[in-house]
Write a protein that binds this ligand. Structure first.
Ligand SMILES: NC(=O)c1ccc[n+]([C@@H]2O[C@H](COP(=O)([O-])OP(=O)(O)OC[C@H]3O[C@@H](n4cnc5c(N)ncnc54)[C@H](O)[C@@H]3O)[C@@H](O)[C@H]2O)c1
Length: 375
């Protein structure tokens, strides 16, 4: 019931508001009306403090259909015309790749900043350190927020892992392993953006998890297997912790994509498939000389799994996968005139540095990421 909603921007553990219930809403436009916005990002706007006034897509039919479906007042085929006509406070950009393998979203973000808007955009923010630095310089000069939808930082599963590994009893997070299926093509092909399309499109997901949980990667090396084009990256974090990112190309289509495990001191936490969470709390092990495998109840593992009986928001993919949280954080940060803390341009720079390093360094060498560029 509306009367029970006390705090205007509080949704954690409480009711989620409909867009129209917010007393102050951002005037927003969306650029791109392809699959991802239709499935995920535009539906989420129903729960964010926004008033969607325009949608543009190069494909007029898509723009008009999305405008009708998601309640935008007007459809456009030219985003610059839309920005000039609608004067949005924020823009949501989801536009895929051009014929050169680059993201049109990079230039659209610059156009949005020039038009006076804050920006939420899908990855890839840019295809190089240079491109992302260009957006950062423009955003800083204009005093605008630019956030990339690094959804893995926002999933309830990863968020709970973060809470657990920060809770003191877990000890200092010492190591992490992340599994994500992804090919890296042979070295001689990596200069071509089309050849590294998959890596460019996906590296954001496992790296967002890793950065959020463990912080900055200082250096890394990797080994590469030519048949499957799978690889294993060995990471050293600024904190002193270590980790692996297993780009597990070759897993079965019937397999969930992801597995995350963080180990602390006499404690570890495992997130399977992004949703099934097990926290192995600090505990004595079973007695080797004893007859029972059962550890004490008070230190036994805790497990969580989503509930799929209710038609509730929390078991909806847009909530389980982080789309709601990322867009909601962006809107509330812009309204509060506060910087975003997740999906920042600095985090995007950390990720694109690793992408550039893999494109330019063969397997087997150690790559130092400290400083402004790959060394
Ligand atoms: N985070 C995630 O989980 C996730 C999932 C899927 C896709 N994505 C990202 O979303 C993006 C789009 O994916 P998609 O599946 O929607 O692609 P898509 O090919 O279905 O749609 C892309 C749309 O962008 C439009 N477009 C291109 N340039 C434009 C411009 N200058 N102005 C207006 N519209 C323009 C195209 O006409 C097309 O309709 C990609 O960058 C992809 O990486 C993210």
């Amino acid at each position: 019931m509306l009367e029970t909603i006390k705090k205007p921007f509080n949704y954690e553990g409480g009711a989620i508001r409909y867009a129209h219930e917010y007393p102050r809403r951002l005037r927003v436009c969306a650029v791109g009306a392809g699959r991802h916005p239709y499935f995920n990002t535009l539906p989420v706007l129903r729960f964010a403090p926004v008033d969607l006034v325009g949608i543009s897509d190069l494909n007029e039919e898509r723009a008009e259909a999305a405008a009708r479906a998601f309640g935008a007042t007007k459809a456009y085929t030219d985003h610059r015309e839309m920005f000039a006509a609608e004067r949005p406070e924020a823009v949501f950009i989801v536009t895929s790749y051009d014929k050169d393998g680059r993201s049109p979203g990079t230039q659209i973000a610059l156009d949005a900043i020039a038009a006076g808007a804050n920006v939420w955009m899908e990855k890839p923010t840019g295809v190089s350190v240079h491109e992302i630095e260009e957006i950062k310089a423009a955003a800083d000069a204009a005093g605008k927020t630019v956030m990339t939808g690094l959804k893995k930082m926002f999933t309830p599963g990863v968020e709970r892992v973060k809470e657990i590994i920060s809770n003191g009893e877990f000890g200092t997070p010492a190591s992490i392993t992340v599994r994500y299926p992804q090919i890296i093509p042979p070295m001689e092909e990596r200069g071509d953006l089309h050849a590294v399309y998959g890596l460019l499109d996906h590296i954001w997901h496992p790296m967002a998890t890793i950065l959020h949980l463990m912080g900055t990667v200082d250096k890394f090396t990797y080994e590469w297997e030519p048949k499957s084009q799978s690889s294993i990256l060995l990471l050293r974090f600024a904190s002193g912790a270590i980790g692996t990112l297993h780009f597990a190309a070759g897993i079965s289509g019937s397999s969930p994509l992801e597995r995350v495990e963080v180990v602390g001191q006499n404690a570890n936490v495992v997130l399977e498939n992004g949703v099934d969470l097990t926290y192995y709390r600090p505990s004595p092990g079973p007695d080797y000389g004893g007859a029972s495998y059962l550890v004490p109840t008070e230190s036994a593992a805790l497990t969580w799994s989503p509930e799929f009986s209710h038609g509730a928001l929390f078991n909806n993919g847009n909530f389980l996968l982080g789309y709601f949280n990322e867009i909601n954080q962006f809107c509330h940060s812009v309204l509060a005139e506060e910087p975003v803390t997740k999906g920042t341009l600095d985090q995007c720079l950390e990720i694109i540095r690793i992408f550039e390093a893999i494109r330019t360094h063969p397997s087997g060498v150690f790559i130092d990421l400290k400083g402004d560029s790959v060394k």
